[in-house]
Design a protein around this ligand. Structure first.
Ligand SMILES: [Cu+2]
Length: 407
């Protein structure tokens, strides 16, 4: 009691010595040495630091490297875990889509072809690029319609862990598989300088409501069939799709339409019970435990793990038996790494961590939210994998090879 009491009094005393807190906040140049503000922080702050390295509007010049990718969107059957399959929207047939990896400053040319009857785009999440390449349907481009191809061309910047995803009807399309990793390699890997590593893993975290995806994909397949039977022209299909999606010239036209009797599709009388997802499968790279891939490591080795919040929920990735270093956020290296054992991955964010091989064994690495440790409510499952030491037995650690699917 006395120790805590003394400490508290000392801290309070130090606070009182600072005088008027308003004055302290009003003059940031006087902050070095101020309690709670690291000295030197303002010295290294450069307001221009988030400006892109290269002008985003420039076209490739002769001699600059352009990496060309063909991405075709189709409908596939994807297995989340043995016994559970869903209809998925897949970029080149895989869930998630293929990883794209290019050096910073090179160009990406992506020929995106849509082989479904829905409209889609690709948004390059985290890229600083020309506005018309941002992939927002009815915002920066028309949705890419059935059998249309859109060419995305932009410079890969800034460096770091990023991802791409469809930006149309994201609540369904992203759950249905339209996302993938986009890794832009820096000219100089600061992380590697501090933590030399040769192996790395990218973990795209997401979740699915299988009931909702099946219902909505079935509805869409029915509509696709109707359109095919009508043998509709691409122009007519675009108009029909536009009407279904409720396109208006501007906000005023929309408000006037509602005043005139138009019932938007989100009104209960149109929609019935709100079809918001009730997620029941939690995925790492499109798979639930036990089908997630292990992260292999050896004693004394550093591994880099890129964590991507590709879905709609926050996930709290927790590693057993170790602390790890949080080294990058949204692609950029942190001013100084942070030591953690659990890291929240918010939707739309990426975090890179370094795991140091300091404790041989087989260690759980999983979302600490208990509901995400299940498959449809049954433990164990979901967003769970293992960090496996290749040399565990050499260090006298027995690692049993078992797979548990229920309890
Ligand atoms: Cu889409």
């Amino acid at each position: 009691m006395t120790l805590a009491g003394t400490g508290g009094a000392a801290a309070l005393g130090a606070g009182l010595l600072l005088g008027n807190p308003k004055q302290a906040f009003a003059s940031p140049t006087a902050t070095p040495g101020h309690a709670g503000v690291p000295s030197g922080w303002m010295n290294s702050f450069r307001p221009g630091a988030t400006a892109p390295l290269y002008p985003p509007r420039a076209a490739p010049k002769p001699g600059e490297k352009v990496h060309e990718f063909d991405i075709e969107l189709g409908i596939s059957v994807h297995e989340l875990v043995p016994g559970v399959k869903i209809h998925a929207f897949t970029y080149n047939g895989t869930y998630p889509g293929p990883e794209i990896r290019v050096p910073e400053g090179d160009w990406i040319l992506c020929n995106f072809t849509n082989r479904t009857s829905e409209f889609h785009t690709i948004h390059w999440h985290g890229m600083i690029l020309p506005n018309e390449m941002d992939g927002v349907p009815n915002g920066t481009q028309w949705g890419v319609g059935p059998n249309q191809t859109f060419k995305y061309l932009f410079r890969a910047q800034p460096a770091g862990t990023h991802f791409y995803h469809c930006h149309n009807m994201t609540n369904l399309h992203v759950q249905a598989g339209m996302f993938g990793a986009l890794i832009v390699e820096p000219k100089e890997d600061l992380v590697k300088k501090v933590f030399p590593y040769s192996r790395e893993y990218t973990l795209l975290l997401s979740e699915v409501d299988t009931v909702m995806v099946e219902q909505q994909m079935e509805e869409m397949l029915r509509m696709m069939g109707t359109m095919e039977r009508m043998n509709a022209s691409p122009k007519l299909m675009k108009e029909m799709n536009g009407r279904m999606m409720g396109w208006f010239a501007d906000k005023k036209a929309f408000v006037n339409a509602v005043k005139g009797g138009y019932v938007p599709p989100y009104v209960s009388s149109q929609r019935g019970k709100s079809p918001l997802p009730n997620f029941n499968y939690f995925l790492i790279n499109g798979k639930a435990y036990p089908m997630t891939e292990e992260l292999m490591i050896s004693s004394g080795e550093n591994i880099r793990v890129r964590l991507v919040g590709a879905g709609a929920m926050t996930h709290y990735m927790h590693l057993h038996g170790h602390d790890f270093w949080h080294v990058c956020q949204d692609g950029s290296p942190l001013q100084s790494p942070i030591r953690l054992n659990t890291i929240p991955i918010f939707p739309g964010t990426t975090s890179d961590i370094i795991i140091q091989g300091t404790n041989p064994g087989m260690w759980h690495f999983h979302d600490h939210s208990d509901l995400a440790s299940t498959n449809n409510g049954i433990f164990p499952g979901g967003m769970m994998t293992m960090v496996m030491y290749e040399d565990a037995e050499k260090h006298g650690v027995k690692v049993p090879e078992i797979v548990q699917v229920n309890s």
